[in-house]
Design a protein around this ligand. Structure first.
Ligand code: DCP
Length: 239
């Protein structure tokens, strides 16, 4: 009988591929996301075979189309004019990147930022600063959810939040001297910090320098997949 045959041939082995995990690394401008990811990609040999690192497509934002338009620079120079166009392009480049990277075979994928921080941090901040009009926000929202839910690869398994004070980020930003960010104020960094906090860190923590796992209740409006609401890891980084 088929049962006997199966018993004789040992345990049944299914060849279904294991699910790859995706974590997004979040945090304020200059907090050290790129450094964190580069260390994992380059310095930790054991991890290299396990982890695919997907950097943020900043290069694409600095070089758009045949005229090599720098839309990151244009946004900081004329935020009213370019906030919507820039956030729209940020989203498009993440989708392009998702299509390029989704064939990877490594079991863990670490991505620098996500469409969620675009929406929860930057789009909120530029709207509150009145750089994005009500109408532009409505247009952004009208396509955001439908497009995200049609691309399951954009929905991560969790977040790693690199957390530092706005002052620390400001100092690191000045040291780094990215040409476009000359006009980024401490006030704007404080604003972005608050948005990260209310999105990813609703509880105050006395722990420093440790990886803590918590279960924050994320804002209902944040269109985050319910399964990942309880999977946020924090790294404190003010030193
Ligand atoms: N940016 C934005 N809106 C987004 C995403 C990014 O305005 N939705 C801007 C903020 C920065 C630049 O793009 O000026 C790059 O942003 P990041 O903070 O993601 O990258 P950093 O290189 O500053 O991060 P780190 O220093 O932590 O590696």
């Amino acid at each position: 009988s088929i049962e006997e045959e199966l018993k004789d041939s040992g345990p049944v082995v299914t060849s279904a591929p294991k699910k790859r995990l995706t974590f997004c690394v979040e945090g304020n401008i200059s907090v050290g996301k790129t450094t964190f990811l580069q260390r994992i990609a380059n310095e930790t040999l054991e991890l290299r075979d396990l982890v695919e690192v997907v950097p943020e497509p900043v290069g694409k934002w600095q070089d758009v189309g045949p005229d090599h338009f720098n839309i990151l620079d244009a946004f900081y120079a004329e935020p009213h004019r370019y906030a919507y166009t820039f956030q729209n392009y940020v989203f498009v480049t993440r989708i392009m990147q998702e299509k390029e990277s989704s064939s990877g075979l490594k079991p863990l994928r670490l991505m620098e930022r996500s469409v969620y921080s675009d929406r929860m941090v930057f789009v909120r901040a530029v709207h509150e600063a009145k750089w994005m009009t009500e109408m532009e926000l409505n247009i952004y929202d009208s396509w955001f959810d439908p497009v995200v839910s049609s691309l399951p690869g954009l929905i991560p398994d969790g977040f790693i939040y690199l957390r530092a004070s706005p002052d620390t980020c400001h100092q690191r930003m000045k040291l780094r001297k990215r040409a476009e960010e000359g006009g980024v104020s401490l006030e704007y960094l404080r604003d972005l910090h608050e948005k990260h906090e209310s999105w990813l860190f609703p509880f105050q923590s006395g722990n420093h320098g440790v990886l803590t796992v918590s279960s924050p209740t994320l804002a209902a409006e944040n269109s985050l997949h319910p399964d990942i609401r309880e999977r946020v890891f924090y790294l404190e980084g003010d030193h």
